[in-house]
Design a protein around this ligand. Sequence first.
Ligand code: FAD
Length: 593
Amino acid sequence: MTASFSERGFSRRAFLGLGATAAVAAGAGLAGCSPQASGDASSKSTASASAATGTASAGAGTPSFLTAPDAIAESDIKETIEADIVIVGAGFSGISAARSAVENGAKNIVVVEKAKTWQYRSNQVGCIGGKIQEDLGIDIDKNAVVGQIMKECGYRPNQRILKLWADNSGEAFDWYLAASEGQYVVEAESDAYDGESMSVRKMHWPHPAEANVAEDFYPIFDDCQICLPDNGPYIQNMVDICEEAGVQFMYSTFARQLVRPNNTGRVEGVIVEDENGDYKKITASKAVLLASGDYASNTEMMSYYVPWSDRFMSIFPNTDAKGEKTNTGDGQQMGMWIGAKMEDGPHAPMTHHLGGPLGMDAFLLVDVNGDRFMNEDVGGQPFQNQLSRLPKKTAWQIFDSKWKDQIKYMDTGHGNVNWYVESGSEVPNGSYGKNAYISEEDNEDGNTPGFTSYFEGDKAVGVTANSIAELAKLMEVDEAALTATIERYNELAAAGNDEDFGKRADRMFPIEEGPFYAYPLTDTVILVNMGGLQTDVDFNVLDTEDETIEGLYAVGNTQGGRFLVDYPLPAPGISHGMALTHGMLVGRILAKL
Ligand SMILES: Cc1cc2nc3c(=O)[nH]c(=O)nc-3n(C[C@H](O)[C@H](O)[C@H](O)COP(=O)(O)OP(=O)(O)OC[C@H]3O[C@@H](n4cnc5c(N)ncnc54)[C@H](O)[C@@H]3O)c2cc1C
C-alpha cells in the first residue's frame, strides 16, 4: 500500500541537503523571506529562523518551500479586485467561515479556490452536543474529551483552541444541518437508506450492552455523526446560502502571494493566478483568511517536518484545476513568506489504522516472529505507531471461531467492529459505518469475517487453518514461537489477568477453538497532515515574535495549535467538526472587523 521514498522519485538527502550545516540556513532563508524581500536568507538570525519554520532542527540546505519567491510585480497584475474579506480555500473550513461571515453581516466576501469547484471528503462530523445527541440522551464531558486529546498529543496543542471546538461544536452541527432543513432524515434505519437521499445518524450507536466503554484505556467518545450519502449535499447547501447572500466564489484560481509590503503592518490582500496564468490582486480591507488545508501532498514539506511519515501512501482525492492534489501547504508557505510562524512540531500525520477484518478490536496481535508485543486494546493511531516500529512493519491479528460472540465486548468507535448481523436481520440503528458491523453476506463461507486463506502473489493475505501449526505455516511464522505465544495468551485469558501487557480481562479471549484466523496488518495510508500557522484564540495569525499579523487569519488545517505528535481518535470526525466549528467562529470574528 505504501510508496517508498525512492519510489516517489527523489532522494530525501538530495533535497534536505543533509549535510550538517544547514537547517539553520533553511530557517534563516524563511525568516527573511518575503516576496518583497526576495528571499535574502543569509542576513537573518537562526533564532527567528527556527521559530518561523516550527522546527528546531539544525541541518542543511534550504528547502525550496522556505524560500519566498520574488514578489509578483505590479506591472504583471492584470486586474485589481476590491474586497472586504478574502478567503483562500473553499473546503469545509473556508465555506463554513464564508457562510458564517455573511450571515453575521459581512459584505464583499471573495472566496478563491484553486480547484474547479468547492471541495469536501467523507461523511463524518464530530461534535459535542447538538440536537441529535440531546435526543439520544448522549451527554459528553467536554473537558474529558479535550483532556484526552491533550494527553494523546503530548500536551502540545493550545487547549483553548481545542476548547473552542468543544464548547461550540454542538451549536455548529445544528447550524450545519439547518442549511439542509427538510432535506434529510435523522436516525434512519440503515436498511431504509437508499444510498442517495440525505440521512444523518449517530456513528457507533447504540453500544452493545456488553461493551464496557467506561473502562477504556483509550477512550473514544460518542461525538461523531455520519451524514449520508456524504458531506457533499450538506456543504452544497452552505455554498448556496453564501452565493445567494452575495459571496463571490472564484474557482480555478490559485492564491500565490499575500500582500504585506516590507513584511510589516497589515496584510492587505492576496495575489492570485487565474486559469489563463493571469495575475489579479484582490485587496482585503478587513481580512485575509487562510483556509487552504494541509500539506500532506507536498513531499518536501513532509520530509522536512515529518520525515518519519513521508513513506505513507496518500489517498487524498482532491485535485486542483491543473490536476495536482490540492493539499500542498500553500497557505502555510504564503504565511511564512510574510513573517508568520509555523507552529512547533512534531506535526501530526493522520495515519490511523483501521485494522483487519475485525477492525481495531483488541484481538491477539503477534509480530512476524510470532511474539506478542503490546496491549492490543488501543485505537488505530497508537496501533500504527507501534506497527511502524515492528520488524517488517507487520503484525498479525489472530482470533478463533468464536469471534462472532466476542466482538460485542470490544471498544466502540473509530475502527471497531461490534456487530455480527445475521442474514435477514437489521443492522442496529446508527451503528452504520461499514466498519462497525459484519453481515453474514460479507462472510464468504458463512464462518469467517470476510476472508478465507488467500494469497497475493506469494504473500498470505488472511489465512484460515484448523490448527495453530497449520496457521503458523501459512503465516510463515515460527511454529514453536507462535504456539508458545498462544499458550501464554490463553493462560493469561484464563487467569483473567494480563500480567504481560495489562490488557483488560473482558477483552482477553483465548485462541482455542478452530478454525483459527490470522490477518496481516501493514502500514495504513495518510489522509492529511496536521501542522499549521500559529494563531491566537481568535484565529489571528502570529509572527515569529508572537505578535498578531493584522488582517491575517487561519482556520482548518492551515491553523496550528490543534493536533501535534499524533492525530488521535478519542473524538472521531473532529477534523471535520473543527473545520465547521472554527469556520463558524472565525466568520463571526471577521464580520465584526
Ligand atoms: C480520504 C479522506 C477521508 C477523510 N475522512 C475524514 C473523516 O471521516 N472525518 C474527519 O473529521 N476528517 C476526515 N478527513 C480529514 C478532513 O477531510 C480534513 O482534515 C478537513 O476537511 C480539512 O478541512 P480544511 O477546510 O482545513 O481543508 P480542505 O478541505 O482541504 O480545504 C482546503 C481548500 O483550499 C484550497 N486551496 C489550497 N491551496 C489553495 C490556493 N493556493 N489557492 C486557492 N485555493 C487553495 C483547496 O483546493 C481546498 O479546496 C479525511 C481526509 C481524507 C483525505
